[in-house]
Design a protein around this ligand. Structure first.
Ligand code: GDP
Ligand code: IMO
Ligand code: MG
Length: 450
C-alpha cells in the first residue's frame, strides 16, 4: 500500500498495549523523525520482523531504523540506566545507536528515590497497580518545581550537586514519613494479619551525584535541544511520526482517573511534550485491539473473568511487556472507543490482534452501558460511575478458521468481515488496516483491497 509522507501520530485508543509498536514500525518507513512525547519506561512496544523480536520501553520504535532520527521529547521522564541498557541490547542485535538518537535536555530524570516513593506509597495508592518505574513521582517533582532534575542538569556537576543537596535529605525524610503512616495504618501486632511495614531505603548526595554524573557523561552525545531540532526539520519539510505511549483511557486528564498514568497520552501531549504545535499534524491514527485489555487496577466494564477471557489471554499472550503481569481481558467496547476517537482526533484506525479471536462460537461488541437502570451511550469519565456500568452487548457469529496467514480482505471469513465492519460503523471513522499477527507482513490493508 502506498502511503503519503505526512506528520502523523500513532495513539492507542484503549488502555495501552494495543500494538502501537507494530504500526509505528510500518509507518516509520515514511518518516524522517520518530518522536516519543510522553511517559517513560512504563511503555513496552513490540516489533516483530520474521524471527527477530524487539521490545522498546524508552527508546522510540524508530531506533530500529538507523537512517531515521529518533527523538525522546521533553515530555518524557527518563531513567538513564534504562536508556543505556536498551542501547546495549540493540548493539547485541547488531543495531547501532549513534547520531540517530536525540534526547531532550529538558526531559526530567528519574532517580531511585522515585521508585522507592512508588514502592512505599503502594499501600495507600488506591490499587492503581503502577509499573513501579518511578513515573508518577518523577512527574510530580516536575510540576512541583522544587525537586525536578532535567537531563541537561546531568552535564553540569555544580548544578547537579546543588540540586541533590537540596533534594536528597527531603526525599529521605519523606520516605520515612510514608513508612510511619503505613505503620499506623496496620493492624495491631496481635492481629492475625501478617502485613509488615515497608522500610524505605535511604540515599546519599555523594552516591547519587557520582552515579548520575557518570550517566550524564555516557548520554552527553545524545542530549540536545530537541524542540529546535524538530522545528528546523519541519522547515525543511521533514516528516515526523509521533509515537504515543500508553493509551487514551490512561491519559491523566481524560482517562479513568485516578487509574491512569501521570502524563498526557492523547495527542494533546504532543504540543507540550515536544514543542511542535498541533496544526503541524496531518493525521492521527488510532490503534485498537480487536478486544480490550487493561493492566493494573481500575474500572473495566467489558472484563471477562471466565474461560473466554482466559482463552483470549493465552492465545493473545496477554502478559505485560514491561512487568510480565497477566493483562485483564474483555470484549471490545465501542462506547469507550467513540469517546477516545473523539478526544484523540483520530481520523482513521487500525484493528489489531484479530487472529486471537478465531475459534470462538460468538463474539461480542459493547454498544452501550446500563447505569443505575438507564441505558447510556456516552462513556462516563468518572471512575466511580464507570465501575457501576453494565455493558449492553451485540453478539455476532464467530469464525473457526485461523486467519493469521490471510493478507487480503476478500480471503477473510465472512463472519470476521461482519465483525470488523460493525466495529468500523460503531466507531465512526474509517478503518486503515487489520492486523492478523505480530509480524509486519501479517497485515491486511483495508480499503485498498475492498
Ligand atoms: P504496544 O505497547 O501498544 O506497542 O503493544 P505491546 O507490544 O505491549 O503488545 C502488543 C503485543 O501484540 C506484542 O506482543 C505484539 O508483538 C503483538 N501483536 C501485534 N499485532 C498483533 C496481531 O495482529 N496479532 C497477534 N497475535 N499479536 C500481535
Ligand atoms: P504501552 O505504551 C499498558 C498502566 C499501569 C498502571 C497505570 C499507571 O506499552 O501501551 P504508571 O507506571 O504509568 O504510573 O502506571 O498505567 N500502564 C500501562 N498499561 N500499557 C502501557 O504502556 C502502560 N503504561 C502504564 O499498568 O495501571
Ligand atoms: Mg505495551
Amino acid at each position: 500500500m502506498k502511503l503519503e509522507p505526512e506528520n502523523c501520530c500513532v495513539v492507542g485508543l484503549q488502555w495501552g498495549d494495543e500494538a502501537k509498536g507494530k504500526i509505528v514500525d510500518i509507518l516509520g518507513d515514511h518518516a524522517d523523525f520518530v518522536v516519543r512525547f510522553n511517559g517513560g519506561a512504563n511503555a513496552g512496544h513490540t516489533v516483530v520482523w520474521g524471527d527477530r523480536k524487539f521490545k522498546l520501553s524508552l527508546l522510540p520504535t524508530g531506533i530500529l531504523k538507523p537512517h531515521l532520527i529518533s527523538v525522546i521529547g521533553n515530555g518524557l521522564v527518563i531513567y538513564p540506566p534504562r536508556v543505556m541498557e536498551e542501547i546495549a541490547q540493540l548493539k547485541e542485535a547488531n543495531i547501532e545507536v549513534g547520531e540517530n538518537l536525540k534526547i531532550s535536555k529538558n526531559a526530567h530524570v528519574i532517580f531511585p528515590y522515585h521508585m522507592e516513593e512508588e514502592r512505599v506509597s503502594e499501600p495507600i495508592s488506591h490499587g492503581i497497580g503502577t509499573t513501579g518505574r518511578g513515573i508518577g513521582p518523577c512527574y510530580q517533582d516536575k510540576v512541583n518545581r522544587l525537586h525536578g532534575v532535567r537531563m541537561g542538569d546531568l552535564l553540569c556537576e555544580d548544578n547537579l550537586r546543588t540540586k541533590l543537596e537540596w533534594i536528597v535529605p527531603r526525599k529521605n525524610e519523606m520516605l520515612q514519613g510514608y513508612a510511619r503512616v503505613n505503620s499506623q495504618r496496620l493492624p495491631s501486632p496481635n492481629s492475625s494479619t501478617s502485613q509488615h511495614v515497608v522500610q524505605p531505603k535511604t540515599f546519599t548526595v555523594s552516591g547519587l551525584l557520582e552515579e548520575y554524573l557518570h550517566y550524564g557523561q555516557q548520554l552527553k552525545p545524545f542530549i540536545t535541544d530537541t524542540t529546535r531540532l524538530l522545528q528546523e526539520g519541519l522547515k525543511k519539510h521533514k516528516k515526523i511520526l509521533f509515537e504515543a505511549a500508553q493509551g487514551s483511557l490512561l491519559d491523566v486528564d481524560f482517562g479513568t482517573y485516578p487509574y491512569v498514568t501521570s502524563s498526557s497520552s492523547l495527542p494533546g501531549g504532543i504540543w507540550t511534550g515536544t514543542g511542535i504545535p498541533s496544526n503541524q499534524l496531518n493525521s492521527i491514527i488510532g490503534i485498537v485491539k480487536a478486544y480490550s485489555t487493561r493492566v493494573g487496577g481500575g474500572p473495566f466494564p467489558t472484563e471477562l473473568k471466565n474461560e473466554i477471557g482466559n482463552r483470549i489471554r493465552e492465545i493473545g499472550r496477554e502478559f505485560g511487556t514491561v512487568t510480565g503481569r497477566p493483562r485483564r481481558v474483555g470484549w471490545i467496547d465501542t462506547v469507550a472507543l467513540k469517546y477516545t476517537a473523539a478526544l484523540s482526533g483520530a481520523n482513521k484506525f487500525c484493528l489489531m490482534l484479530l487472529d486471537v479471536l478465531s475459534g470462538l462460537e460468538k463474539v461480542a461488541i459493547a454498544v452501550a452501558y446500563e447505569l443505575n437502570g438507564k441505558r447510556i451511550d456516552e462513556f462516563p469519565n468518572d471512575a466511580n460511575d464507570l465501575e457501576k456500568c453494565q455493558p449492553i452487548y451485540e453478539y455476532l457469529p464467530g469464525w473457526s478458521e485461523p486467519i493469521s496467514g490471510i493478507r487480503r480482505k476478500q480471503d477473510l471469513p465472512l463472519a470476521a468481515i461482519r465483525y470488523i465492519e460493525r466495529i468500523e460503523a460503531l466507531i465512526g471513522i474509517p478503518l486503515m488496516l487489520v492486523s492478523v499477527g505480530p509480524d509486519r507482513a501479517q497485515t491486511i490493508w483495508w480499503h485498498e483491497n475492498a
